[in-house]
Design a protein around this ligand. Structure first.
Ligand code: ADP
Ligand code: MG
Length: 211
């Protein structure tokens, strides 16, 4: 059991917030990945569902976001709207330690017009599904040229659902200089392949419990 307080980069206010959430110790995937994530390294992590992957990348995203800069600094790609909503909810919990971090969910099945209005004031963090994110990039209602962190959550499912091409195009709108975090419950060849293409010297984390 490793306490979150061993992560010296986290402010005391975030440690207090985690305690209030009942997060007293890191889960195995968090303990194995967070030190590298907080240092800014690329990480690719395999861990089963329910192992706390969202807070692993979420604490990294919170650490890097500068709330005083009104540009989009992090993008989290998820396979479905349901999962994107769950991730947004968890990120909002992790953002409670600090004021003014704006998080926006962008998924299909919702009116583009309302999303475009929400994007007029750039959110710090965008969470969404690849199709709709790409749609906004093409309309130029979303810009990714200032992102410092890109997260692929449930990467195996996104590839199964045929999002590979969309992901490649989204990445072509992102700066080369960025942190890329890749999380997956399983590790098929296609994941190794995309990791190789989009990550730089990633730390590989396997927690042993294969789902
Ligand atoms: P995964 O993405 O790996 O499927 P989640 O990030 O959705 O898992 O986390 C699963 C559950 O565990 C969530 O309810 C989350 O709030 C909780 N959780 C995450 N990290 C911790 C922790 N360190 N201690 C206690 N609960 C945690
Ligand atoms: Mg998850």
């Amino acid at each position: 059991m490793t306490a979150f307080s061993t992560l010296t980069q986290l402010p005391a206010s975030q440690i207090d917030n985690l305690n209030e959430l009942g997060y007293l110790a890191m889960t195995p995937v968090q303990a194995a990945s967070l030190p590298a994530i907080l240092e800014g390294r690329d990480v690719r992590a395999q861990a089963k569902t329910g192992s706390g992957k969202t807070a692993a990348f979420g604490l990294g995203v919170m650490h890097r976001v500068d709330a005083s800069q009104y540009v989009t600094q992090a993008l989290v790609l998820c396979p479905t709207r349901e999962l994107a909503d769950q991730v947004t909810k968890e990120l909002r919990r992790l953002a409670r330690f600090t004021a003014n971090i704006k998080i926006l969910t962008l998924c299909g099945g919702q009116p583009v017009g309302a999303q475009r209005d929400s994007l007029l004031h750039a959110p710090h963090i965008v969470v969404g599904t690849p199709g709709r994110i790409l749609d906004h990039l093409k309309r130029e209602t979303l810009k990714l040229d200032a992102i410092t962190t890109l997260v692929l959550d449930e990467a195996d499912r996104m590839l199964e659902m045929g999002f590979r091409e969309d992901i490649d195009m989204i990445i072509s709108h992102s700066p080369q200089q960025r942190q890329t975090l890749l999380f997956s419950a399983t590790w098929p060849q296609a994941i190794a392949h995309i990791s190789q293409k989009i990550q730089r010297d990633p730390l590989t984390v396997e927690t042993g419990d294969v789902s």
